[in-house]
Write a protein that binds this ligand. Structure first.
Ligand SMILES: Nc1ncnc2c1ncn2[C@@H]1O[C@H](COP(=O)(O)OP(=O)(O)O)[C@@H](O)[C@H]1O
Ligand SMILES: [Mg+2]
Length: 221
């Protein structure tokens, strides 16, 4: 479960403190999905960073599986993030010199448990339709294919929480629909929690609960 309570975020600027988030609260049960829309600059990416244990809130609380990540030490925090949270960004953020398989295996490099990550990565790549492309490098793939690799990489540790920041923003309509189908299908199958930030009304509407971020507050649409 994800619990977000009265989260605020301020950035200090020469003109004074800028309040980006102003008391954001919501909860997500295991397997639940929400979408967040909002104008550019409204704090969507900032909120995802806070949920993703990347950036502490100015005040308020985030708990994932009962744990407050910001109370952890640096090493524990990194391990927590690596195991519990998957990210998919607008830009795929793949390493260009690494193969598709190597890119998917990146998050497992710091894993402490023993597992056949190679086999799991191949299985995931099959699942996203890239089985035959495991040895290709990103430059040999289309935009939609790269985003599929990014999804496989986000899922390789079987995270409890999947955070997507405009995951279809760089794709044409056909690819955007296909990537959205895949994301939602995998989210259901693996019972992950999903927070989906998007500019697309159509994509936002595919989440059972839709929010809008305006004036630092999260409101149901
Ligand atoms: N590290 C930072 N320092 C100062 N201001 C920031 C920082 N990160 C984001 N901001 C500001 O916070 C606001 C929200 O940004 P962001 O979360 O990226 O919005 P969105 O993703 O909704 O477009 C913007 O005005 C941005 O300039
Ligand atoms: Mg953003």
């Amino acid at each position: 479960m994800l619990q977000v309570k009265s989260v605020t975020k301020e950035y200090v600027s020469p003109g004074g403190a800028l309040r980006i988030l102003d008391g954001v609260s919501f909860e997500l049960e295991r397997g639940a999905a929400v979408s967040i829309m909002g104008p550019s600059g409204s704090g969507k990416s900032t909120l995802l960073s806070i949920l993703g244990a990347l950036e502490p809130p100015t005040s308020g609380e985030v708990r994932l599986g009962g744990e407050n990540p910001y109370a952890l030490g640096e090493r524990e925090l990194a391990a927590f993030r690596n195991k519990q949270i998957g990210f998919v960004f607008q830009d795929h953020c793949l390493l260009p010199q690494c193969t598709v398989l190597e890119n998917v295996l990146l998050p497992t490099l710091v894993a402490t448990e023993q597992a056949d990550f190679q086999a799991q990565a191949r299985q995931l790549l099959d699942r996203v339709g890239l089985g035959p492309r495991v040895d290709h490098v990103p430059a040999q793939l289309s935009g939609g294919e790269k985003q599929r690799v990014a999804i496989a990489r986000a899922l390789i540790r079987q995270p409890a929480l999947l955070l997507c920041d405009e995951p279809t923003g760089n794709l044409d309509r056909g690819n955007a629909d296909a990537v959205a189908d895949l994301l939602l299908e995998l989210q259901k199958a693996q019972q992950m929690m999903l927070v989906l930030v998007t500019h697309s009304e159509k994509l936002a509407a595919r989440a059972p609960v839709e929010y809008e971020l305006t004036d630092g507050r999260l409101v149901r649409r």
